[in-house]
Ligand binder design. Structure first.
Ligand SMILES: *Cc1c(COP(=O)(O)O)cnc(C)c1O
Length: 233
């Protein structure tokens, strides 16, 4: 078994037991393989192991990989901060923008969607611990942002995304994941959408995805646990 195959098996085992603890079938939890810094050949290998959704945090890097892998049936999700001047490119490249993190970006993506006659699937990014170093809506700003997105004809709001604070112990971030779920439930109740619902909760990474699944994650974003450590930025 290759290293990647072995890591994939381990991640899937961890997902399955966390799903069981949360009373859901493992198939309900979608794994986004976070492929930043990982070369296309390894993504080909990951695809052969059954991974079909990749997460990238930079438009330029994603563009190169997407064109290198055009023959494969893949989904690409943007998970990093999007500069407004790259919004048009991003909506052509990505199946979904998970990192919708400002009111200005809501306006710009909606306008780009309109120009392209293309409804853009998005998740609102929440800065759940209100860390100054992170982008995303503070919990207190979320309802306003959600109302704005819900009124945008060219955006389809599908849920929330967060990056929890760094912590040595995954239990330390459980309250943040729980809070994101409560925020999602609050939006589902108070910010009706014309199509669909505030369904998705994209939360949990290599070190804490089990806790995120126990707290209701529908989607986890896993990089290092699959592909190994990344080179320093
Ligand atoms: C890099 C990254 C991940 C994956 O992190 P790992 O610790 O490698 O699993 C998930 N989400 C976002 C937004 C990232 O930038």
């Amino acid at each position: 078994m290759t290293r990647l195959a072995e890591s994939a098996r381990l991640v899937r085992e961890r997902v399955a037991s966390a799903a069981e603890r949360s009373g859901r079938p493992a198939g309900d939890i979608h794994i986004v393989a976070v492929s930043k810094t990982v070369p296309p050949e390894r993504l080909r290998e990951a695809h052969a192991l059954g991974f079909t959704t990749f997460g990238e945090n930079r438009v330029q890097e994603a563009e190169e990989k997407i064109s290198a892998l055009l023959g494969l049936d893949l989904r690409w999700e943007l998970i990093g901060h999007l500069q407004t001047n790259k919004a048009a490119r991003a909506l052509q490249l990505f199946n979904r923008i998970q990192s919708l993190d400002s009111l200005r970006l809501i306006d710009i993506l909606n306008a780009r969607g309109h120009e392209n006659s293309w409804v853009v699937p998005v998740l609102l990014e929440v800065n759940i611990a209100e860390e100054p170093s992170k982008t995303g809506f503070a919990p207190g700003e979320l309802r306003e942002a959600a109302h704005l997105v819900a009124d945008c004809g060219w955006l389809r709001a599908e849920g929330l995304m967060t990056v929890a604070p760094l912590a040595g112990d995954p239990e330390a971030v459980r309250p943040y994941f729980r809070r994101l779920r409560e925020l999602r439930d609050d939006l589902a109740e108070h910010v009706p959408l014309s199509q669909g619902a505030w369904r998705e909760l994209s939360m949990g990474m290599s070190d804490d995805f089990e806790v995120a699944i126990e707290e209701g994650a529908t989607m986890i974003r896993v990089g290092r646990a699959l592909f190994g450590e990344r080179p320093p930025a």
